[in-house]
Design a protein around this ligand. Structure first.
Ligand code: CUA
Length: 382
């Protein structure tokens, strides 16, 4: 967010520098950069100079070249070796710092899967972005549900692979707060190619300036099943467990079919059969996505077997019904940072003006006047 304390040219390449690792990593980077620049100019400059100085000219006999110069050879061996040890020493101490998690670190579980991130907090709540307080060490416990992913926060100079079948850990401590609005935060990327939508597997790190605001955020992400209305619990799950990445609420096709449209009707599958889109279809699509692949879509959805409990699946089904069936609409509570609560999710009144629709291109025949909510995070405690 701020570039004031970076070295002169650093602000040109690196816009954010916001963790306790940044000074170490950046100074080593610039040390190597300027060292390489110095030797590049020195060596290429001397080479060009000698080419001109010793060029062949008419009437000029080639001079005898010496085979050895012990002093010169010792010098150009010893100086680079010393420089390498300096680089190794700085790199090693920085690496050890990054690998040694402080005892008082707060643990956040990270679940990577094709193609979204989920972050799980000590109180059991989930969010699709990483929310952390400033000035407290955060330990991430990383896991992958399918293939190799890698979590990367450039502003923190921190990166670690998420490997299927094992846990990895990383830690960092943010030194700069960000805003807490829907667009605020440091970039968080997947930095390991993981398939079709690798490039969209992005999220944000929201850093809170004070612990009170952070405690408020944590209160807002408690287990969605404690919510009495299954439709609201389902909407929270839709946002926080990665459905929103691939399934729109406005009829537009993304990686997967939209949640809007098609409920209660036979849907064509790639196998050629038609399957009724009802409660059992949704349930089987969540737990065993490969059983039925909708025509026109790739078989890429990961299974949520063991990740979603029965009442969570019921909540998701209720939510999907709520945006497809009359009589299921729920008056959404207004979310902070969102204009008016009610219509902002799929449950718009019938006959809402289709011109007010989302920025996204919408499949014309299925669009039925829904405002696009998909990008509005549910848990934006400010
Ligand atoms: Cu996940 Cu690339």
């Amino acid at each position: 967010m701020t570039t004031a304390h970076l070295p002169p040219l650093a602000s040109f390449w690196f816009h954010d520098s916001a963790s306790t690792f940044s000074p170490t990593v950046d100074s080593l980077f610039y040390f190597i950069l300027w060292l390489s620049t110095f030797f590049f100019v020195l060596i290429v400059g001397l080479m060009l100079f000698f080419m001109a100085w010793y060029r062949s000219r008419p009437g000029h006999a080639p001079e005898h070249s010496p085979h050895h110069n012990n002093l010169l050879e010792a010098t150009w061996t010893i100086i680079p070796v010393m420089l390498i040890f300096v680089i190794f020493g700085l790199g090693f101490s920085g690496y050890m710092e990054m690998r040694t998690v402080p005892d008082n670190a707060m643990e956040v579980q990270v679940i990577a899967q094709k193609w979204n991130w989920s972050f799980r907090y000590p109180n059991g709540g989930f969010s699709p972005e990483l929310h952390i307080p400033k000035g407290r060490p955060i330990k991430l416990l990383l896991q992958s549900k399918d293939v190799l992913h890698s979590l990367y926060v450039p502003a923190f100079r921190a990166k670690m692979d998420c490997v299927p079948g094992r846990y990895n850990t990383m830690w960092f401590e943010a030194t700069e707060a960000t805003g807490t609005g829907p667009e605020d935060g440091f970039d968080l990327f997947c930095t390991e190619y993981c398939g079709t939508s690798h490039s969209t597997m992005m999220s944000r790190v929201v850093v809170y300036d004070n612990e009170d605001d952070y405690a408020k955020f944590l209160d807002g992400v408690i287990d969605p099943r404690k919510e009495a209305d299954p439709v609201i619990a389902g909407r929270t799950l839709y946002q926080n467990r990665g459905c929103a990445q691939c399934h729109s609420l406005d009829g537009a096709a993304r990686t997967g079919p939209s949640f809007k449209g098609g409920w209660g009707k036979e849907q064509p599958m790639t196998s050629g059969e038609n399957v009724l889109m009802d409660e059992n279809y949704i349930r089987s699509s969540i737990l065993n996505p490969m059983a039925h692949i909708r025509k026109g879509f790739q078989p890429v959805m990961p299974s949520y077997q063991g990740q979603l409990k029965d009442d969570e699946i019921y909540a998701l089904i209720s939510f999907i019904k709520s945006i497809n069936l009359e009589g299921y609409e729920t008056q959404w509570p207004a979310l902070e940072g969102e204009e008016g609560g009610a219509a902002a999710t799929g449950a718009a009144e019938p006959g809402a003006d289709p011109a007010e629709k989302a920025d996204e291109p919408v499949d014309d025949k299925e669009a039925e006047g829904a405002d696009a909510p998909a990008e509005a995070p549910v848990n934006d405690a400010a």
